[in-house]
Design a protein around this ligand. Structure first.
Ligand code: TYD
Length: 136
């Protein structure tokens, strides 16, 4: 079974209102993990790419809060591209998937809810190291 099989688009609650819509996320309910950290990417220059790593134990929910961008998930043999452009959809990314983010629109804001605090030891930043770890 591939880690890609665990990837899913989470349909977040949307309270529509003529005064403006509202979406909420409750850790452990809309995410299959407790939220330990939130970070966001913004002011991304045109043509820039982010990511380029895998996580050993970290799970994430990635949301396009504004604008749009693509998330490319790779399990070491298959790549799947997701285009995110709505703030009421979250992309659930389990552990051990190589990810790249590109195709950022101007003004895009990428918010990430994460299952753990930042830990550089949790990263595979070298693709060959990641492939090697998959074999073990
Ligand atoms: P990185 O995860 O490589 O960014 P991306 O995958 O979005 O391209 O992180 C970039 C830098 O920011 C790196 O030096 C680590 C630092 N960083 C933190 O200090 N805390 C965090 O929560 C994150 C996500 C990154």
């Amino acid at each position: 079974m591939s880690q890609l099989d665990q990837v899913k688009i989470v349909d977040l609650p949307k309270i529509t209102d003529p005064r403006g819509n509202l979406t909420f996320i409750e850790g452990g309910d809309h995410t299959p993990f407790d939220i330990q950290r939130v970070y966001y990417l913004y002011d991304v220059p045109g043509g820039a790419e982010r990511g380029g790593h895998a996580h050993k134990g970290l799970q994430q929910l990635i949301i396009a809060m504004s604008g749009s961008f693509d998330v490319v998930l790779n399990d070491g043999s298959t790549k799947q591209r997701f285009h995110l452009k709505r703030s009421y959809f979250g992309l659930y990314v389990p552990t051990m998937l190589w990810r790249e983010l590109d195709n950022f629109s101007s003004g895009a804001v990428c918010m990430v809810l994460a299952s753990n605090k930042y830990d550089e030891e949790d990263y595979y930043r070298n693709y060959n190291d990641y492939l090697q770890a998959l074999k073990n």
